[in-house]
Design a protein around this ligand. Structure first.
Ligand SMILES: Cc1ncc(COP(=O)(O)O)c(C=O)c1O
Length: 448
């Protein structure tokens, strides 16, 4: 498709009005289009490409599995790849999460975790528990169940009549503290909101609480205060509510630990994750569950009443085994941890632009939030498309970042997310920051 011409091919594009260059190949942190233009993949697609593009080891592992068998249905066979993958994943997970259920997408993983929580309560004789509490300024996926839990007004509003209404609590968003507090005065009021909501809803009706340990798409790498998830865990325990960590973005090294909850030594009952598992080579995600949940279902109904056609398929499992092996042999999680501070320090130069309100992150997962007024933190109006315009200018310069909006109040708020492959070098980080700085300068000029 030529730039500026009407799109005549038959693909139903996400945005039919937009020009999409045709990708040709990926190598390391770079993507190349068919015109030969190079793009630095500063977003890993959408926090996905953990090990970079075009890795031969993964290609070989997929080909090896393909020569044996590509597909078997999860109701008929297990495979060496699925068994190996579950073993590797459990070894990386917080202690006690020792069962892995494989699916093909992040939304599927979230819905699977929600259904596992529900069936667990029914099978242990507490069928009154069904509600799942989530947070505003969160994203858990676009399928209707996951969208119901998501706390992003813009993504929900079209589909509101179709989605269930579930309780949402305030986010842990220090830059825009829901209680108007400065960090020094914080007593984790945002975590206490969970307890209040459980009490309002009736504890005997609540099945689970779900949260992203570091918020990704809706606000750009929101890192909670350090005691937040410990307090959440205590509240969940007090009311017999399961804690589901949505590690779809943060999972597998993105924040510098295998799972982001590891930063605070908190053990969830269920983890939904992770983009880093397939790392772009295969659509594979997993739900990790405690043995207690597995055993309750095994000795209750006997089987999990759920499943998807491509769940646990050998080809995707083999790709993910190879990805995990690649991450482990090259110590890439430690690399994400080590490069995180360098990325944040480098991004600090963006503070020279008045429209930069906050820069934050953990590991190779960073966010830059933009504001119309630095002192009052007033966001831009959504019609100004500040996040999209910055990402477009960066893209034109050959840098991919992941833009998002709605963090401030569901509709207003602009940020870009930066989540490069863990193999990125310091020089490539320098280039990333320089290109982003130029893109921000353009928009700062135009909005100023
Ligand atoms: C935290 C989180 N959960 C769930 C999802 C949904 O994943 P998918 O797009 O694979 O359905 C995403 C996607 O970005 C996500 O960031």
């Amino acid at each position: 498709m030529a730039r500026g011409t009407l799109n005549q091919d038959h693909v139903f594009y996400r945005n039919p009005a937009r020009f999409y260059p045709t990708v040709d190949r990926g190598r390391g942190v770079y993507l190349y289009d068919t015109d030969g233009k190079r793009y630095l993949d500063g977003a890993g697609g959408a926090a996905l490409a953990a090990i970079g593009h075009g890795v031969k080891d993964i290609e070989r592992a997929i080909a090896r599995q393909l020569r044996k068998v590509a597909f078997t249905h999860g109701s008929q066979f297990t495979s060496e790849a699925a068994v190996a993958l579950a073993g590797r994943l459990v070894a990386l997970a917080p202690a006690g999460l020792n069962r892995a259920y494989f699916v093909s997408g992040g939304s599927e993983a979230v819905e699977t975790a929600v259904k596992l929580a529900r069936q667990y309560h029914v099978d242990r004789g507490q069928p009154s528990r069904f509600k799942v509490i989530s947070r505003w300024t969160s994203y858990h996926g676009n399928t209707l169940g996951a969208l119901a839990l998501s706390g992003h007004t813009g993504r929900r509003q079209y589909y509101l009549p179709l989605i269930g209404h579930t309780p949402h609590i305030v986010p842990a968003y220090c830059y825009r503290c829901p209680f108007g507090l400065a960090p020094a005065a914080c007593a984790l009021e945002c975590a206490a909101d969970l307890e209040k909501t459980i009490l309002y809803e009736g504890p005997e009706s609540v099945s689970a609480f779900i949260a992203e340990p570091v918020v990704g798409a809706t606000a750009g790498a929101l890192v909670p205060p350090s005691g937040y998830f410990r307090k959440i865990r205590e509240i969940c325990d007090r009311y017999d509510v399961l804690f589901i960590a949505d590690e779809v973005m943060t999972g597998l090294g993105r924040t510098g630990k295998a799972f982001a909850v590891d930063h605070w030594d908190v053990r969830p009952d269920l983890i939904a994750g992770a983009k880093g598992l397939g790392a772009g080579y295969a659509p594979i995600f997993a739900v990790l569950a405690t043995e207690a949940i597995h055993e309750t279902i095994r000795s209750g109904r006997g089987a999990f009443v759920h499943g998807h056609t491509y769940g646990q398929n050998p080809l995707a499992c083999a790709a993910a085994v190879a990805v995990l092996e690649y991450i482990e042999t090259r110590d890439l999680i430690a690399r994400s941890a080590a490069l995180g501070p360098y990325l944040l320090d480098s991004l600090a130069r963006l503070n020279r632009h008045e429209i930069v309100g906050d820069i934050r992150g953990l590991g190779l997962f960073a966010g830059v939030e933009f504001v119309r007024d630095r002192a009052s933190r007033e966001p831009f109006p959504p019609e100004a498309r500040v996040n999209a315009r910055i990402a477009e200018r960066a893209f034109a310069r050959g840098l991919i970042v992941y833009p998002g909006g709605g963090g401030a109040d569901g509709i207003r708020g602009d940020h870009v997310l930066i989540a490069p492959p863990f193999v990125i070098t310091k020089r490539q980080i320098d280039a990333l920051v320089r290109l982003l700085d130029e893109a921000v300068a353009d928009i700062a000029r135009e909005t100023g």
